[in-house]
Design a protein around this ligand. Structure first.
Ligand SMILES: Cc1cc2nc3c(=O)[nH]c(=O)nc-3n(C[C@H](O)[C@H](O)[C@H](O)COP(=O)(O)O)c2cc1C
Length: 260
């Protein structure tokens, strides 16, 4: 099949999903165009792809699901029987219904899923879990995923008979609320507004970046990671509770699962 362009459509508040998607893309022989949907946009970009494009969709798993904020951008997403592959990164607990939900969402908008991968990585809330993952060995597995996709694209005449199965249940898990809204240390904050500009859900006030709308915050931790003054933080008490809970259910040595 003569292919055109590689579209990278992803949500990556703390950068891990981006790392995984880039490593995959590096092994696909197509010119790529990135759509980072983890930056709040009042106006949604038109995400229209042709039948000979290839699209990699990348998400972090939130509560066993696709982040709802990412799906808001799907209003303007359209494929034309466009081949696509899915990447879900997760913090070594479980990815539950996330891959199945992502597959159903993209296929209902004109894409044909030809491969998928679930990759355990460092947990963005409790960083001791899966610390420093993806590591060297993980990156090798991720690169190999890209190589397999590239081979599939080169060898196929069409993808009509491809039927990738991924784990998960439908109805999906209910979205839970995570009571971890980062705060601002007013003594460290210099009001540079970097957090407000980069918040994926527009929860931080542009006029007063020390103010966070608790209802809009999705606890993605982007503001905590991106504040150069380290003024954004989650209270130690709440973090300790999360750490205790998550340490029991996460396994830092989980391995990647590839569906081809
Ligand atoms: C709000 C929230 C919910 C999460 N839920 C899960 C989960 O259900 N299972 C899991 O294993 N990891 C979970 N994680 C960890 C992330 O999936 C993981 O750290 C991911 O790689 C972060 O991606 P990013 O660096 O691209 O933002 C969650 C993280 C956040 C912030």
């Amino acid at each position: 099949m003569k292919m055109n362009e590689l579209g990278l459509v992803y949500f990556s508040p703390t950068g891990t999903t981006r790392k995984v998607i880039m490593e995959t893309a590096r092994n696909i022989d197509l010119k790529s165009v990135s759509y980072d949907l983890s930056i709040h946009k009042e106006k949604k970009p038109n995400l229209h792809f042709k039948c000979n494009d290839f699209v990699l969709f990348g998400i972090p798993v939130y509560g066993g699901r696709v982040p709802a904020t990412f799906l808001e951008y799907f209003e303007t997403l359209k494929g034309d029987n466009t081949p696509a592959a899915l990447i879900a990164t997760y913090g070594c607990r479980e990815y539950e219904d996330a891959l199945l939900e992502l597959k159903n969402e993209v296929e209902s908008r004109g894409f044909k899923v030809i491969g998928a991968g679930a990759f355990p990585v460092q947990h963005s809330i409790v960083r001791q879990i899966g610390m420093s993952r993806p590591n060297k060995a993980d990156l090798k597995v991720i690169a190999d995923f890209g190589i397999q996709l590239n081979r599939k694209l080169r060898n196929a005449v069409d993808f009509n008979n491809v039927d990738i199965q991924v784990p998960g249940n439908n109805p999906y898990k209910k979205y839970g609320t995570i009571p971890l809204v980062p705060k601002t240390d007013v003594n460290l904050c210099i009001e540079c507004k970097a957090c407000a500009k980069s918040c994926p859900s527009g929860a931080i006030s542009m006029e007063n970046p020390k103010k966070t709308d608790k209802k809009k915050c999705i606890s993605c931790m982007k503001c905590v990671y991106s504040c150069r003054k380290k003024a954004r933080y989650v209270s130690n008490m709440k973090l300790n509770i999360a750490q205790k809970k998550l340490t029991k259910v996460c396994k830092s040595d989980k391995t990647a699962e590839i569906f081809m």
